[in-house]
Write a protein that binds this ligand. Structure first.
Ligand SMILES: Nc1ncnc2c1ncn2[C@@H]1O[C@H](COP(=O)(O)OP(=O)(O)OP(=O)(O)O)[C@@H](O)[C@H]1O
Ligand SMILES: [Mg+2]
Length: 353
C-alpha cells in the first residue's frame, strides 16, 4: 500500500531564544508564524514560557484565562506534560487557533504550571542517568501525537523564557534550529557570549545521557537525531530609523552584535565536535533579518490580538475603552515596512532552514 508523501514530512523545530529578556522573542515568534502561514506553511506555536505571553497575544487575555482556569479539563501544555511527572507518559494534546492569527497556525497554549515542570527537570537524575531523557524531548512526542490526531506541521516555533533553565534545555534538545533575536543594546550582545558557553555544555550533557540510555536500553535508536540544535542566525529587533536609514547608534550596535554572533559561530564550531552545530548558509554576518521599532502599532497588535504586520486592515484602538480610529499615513507606511521585514525573515527561514 502506498501512503501519501506528506505523512513522511517531519516538521522543523525552531527554538527562538535569547537569555536577555524583552528582546522580542514572543512578538517575533508570533508574527513570523503568521507570515509562514500566509506562505501556506502549517505552523505549530508552542508557548513554553511560564509567562504565557505568546498565548495571551494569540488568544487574547480573556480566552487564555478561560483555558487555564479550566482545571477539570486543562487544555494547555499542562494537560500534555503532567503525566511525565507521574511517569504515566504524555496526556492529551489540544491546540487552539487565534481569531485574527492565520488559520494555518495552531497554538499549544502555555501555563504558569510550566514552572513546576521546569523544577522537575533534573539534569543529574533525568538526563545524565539516561532514565528521564523522555522528559527532555516531550515536545517531539507532542508532534507525533498531534500527527496521529491529523494535525501535521511544516514548522514548530517554540517561544521560551529568558533563562538557561530546564525548559530551554528541553526545547533545544527537541529542536533542529536555534534563532536568536537581539535588540540594539549591549546586554543582548553580552547574552550571545553566554550561548557560546552554555550550548556546548548542554550538548555534552545530552551526549552523555544518551549514551547511558543506550547502554540501559540495548542500543535503542529512539532519540538519535535529537539533542543537535543548529544555530541558524540572529534577528535585529526594534531599531530606529530616520528617512529610511538606521540611526547611527543602532548601526554601531548592529556591528557589535554581528561580531558577537560571528564569535558564537566560531565557538560553536570549535567546541561542539559531534555534529555541525552551525547551519551552513551564505548570509553575511548570520543575520537573517531585521524588524524596526514598531512603536504604537505593537500595543495595538497586542490589545487586539492581531499580528502587527496585518494591522493595516484593522482600525487602531485609541484607548482601552475601545474607541477606534484610522491609522495615519505614516503609521500605515510603518506597518507596510514591518510587513516587508517579517516577510523577509519568513522567506529566509523557508529558503535556508
Ligand atoms: N520591533 C518592536 N518594536 C517595538 N516594540 C517591540 C518590538 N518588538 C517587541 N516589542 C515590545 O517589547 C516588549 C518585549 O517584547 P517581547 O515580549 O516580545 O520580548 P521577549 O523577548 O519575548 O520578552 P521575555 O524575555 O520577557 O519573554 C513588548 O512590550 C513588545 O510589545
Ligand atoms: Mg517572551
Amino acid at each position: 500500500m502506498t501512503r501519501s508523501l506528506e505523512v513522511f514530512i517531519l516538521a522543523k523545530f525552531i527554538s527562538i531564544f535569547n537569555n536577555k529578556g524583552g528582546v522580542g522573542k514572543t512578538t517575533l515568534t508570533w508574527n513570523i508564524a503568521d507570515m509562514l502561514a500566509e506562505m501556506e506553511k502549517r505552523v505549530l506555536l508552542i508557548d513554553f514560557d511560564p509567562q504565557c505571553n505568546l498565548s495571551i497575544a494569540v488568544l487574547g487575555g480573556d480566552e487564555f484565562k478561560r483555558l487555564v482556569s479550566n482545571t477539570a479539563s486543562p487544555q494547555t501544555v499542562r494537560a500534555f506534560l503532567q503525566g511525565y511527572l507521574q511517569n504515566t507518559g504524555p496526556g492529551p494534546a489540544t491546540v487552539h487557533s487565534g481569531e485574527f492569527t492565520n488559520a494555518n497556525v495552531k497554538l499549544l497554549a502555555g501555563d504558569f504550571w510550566l514552572n513546576v515542570y521546569s523544577d522537575s527537570l533534573s539534569v543529574g537524575n533525568d538526563l545524565l542517568t539516561g532514565n528521564g531523557i523522555a522528559k527532555f524531548t516531550a515536545l517531539r512526542t507532542l508532534e507525533a501525537k498531534l500527527s496521529e490526531q491529523g494535525e501535521q506541521f511544516d514548522y514548530v516555533l517554540i517561544d521560551l523564557p529568558p533563562s538557561f533553565g530546564g525548559l530551554v534545555r528541553s526545547a533545544l534538545y527537541s529542536s533542529d534550529y536555534l534563532l536568536v533575536p537581539c535588540t540594539s543594546d549591549t546586554f543582548s550582545e553580552y547574552c550571545i557570549g553566554l550561548i557560546s558557553q552554555m550550548l556546548p555544555q548542554f550538548v555534552a550533557d545530552w551526549d552523555n545521557g544518551l549514551q547511558r540510555f543506550k547502554q540501559n536500553n540495548y542500543g535503542s535508536k529512539e532519540y538519535d537525531g535529537l539533542g543537535k540544535p543548529q544555530y541558524a542566525g540572529w534577528i535585529f529587533n526594534g531599531f530606529d530609523t530616520r528617512s529610511n536609514k538606521m540611526l547611527r547608534a543602532d548601526q554601531a550596535h548592529y556591528k557589535s552584535i554581528e561580531s558577537a554572533n560571528l564569535a558564537l559561530v566560531s565557538d560553536l564550531k570549535n567546541n561542539i565536535g559531534t555534529y555541525n552545530a552551525v547551519l551552513d548558509f551564505d548570509l553575511s554576518g548570520y543575520n537573517i533579518g531585521k524588524v524596526e521599532d514598531m512603536n504604537v502599532i505593537i500595543q495595538n497588535s497586542l490589545w487586539q490580538s492581531i499580528p502587527a504586520h496585518r494591522m493595516d486592515s484593522h482600525l487602531q484602538v485609541k484607548n482601552l475603552t475601545g474607541d477606534k480610529q484610522k491609522w495615519s499615513k505614516s503609521q500605515m507606511k510603518l506597518i507596510g515596512e514591518v510587513r516587508t521585514q517579517i516577510q523577509g525573515i519568513a522567506k529566509s527561514i523557508v529558503d535556508n532552514l
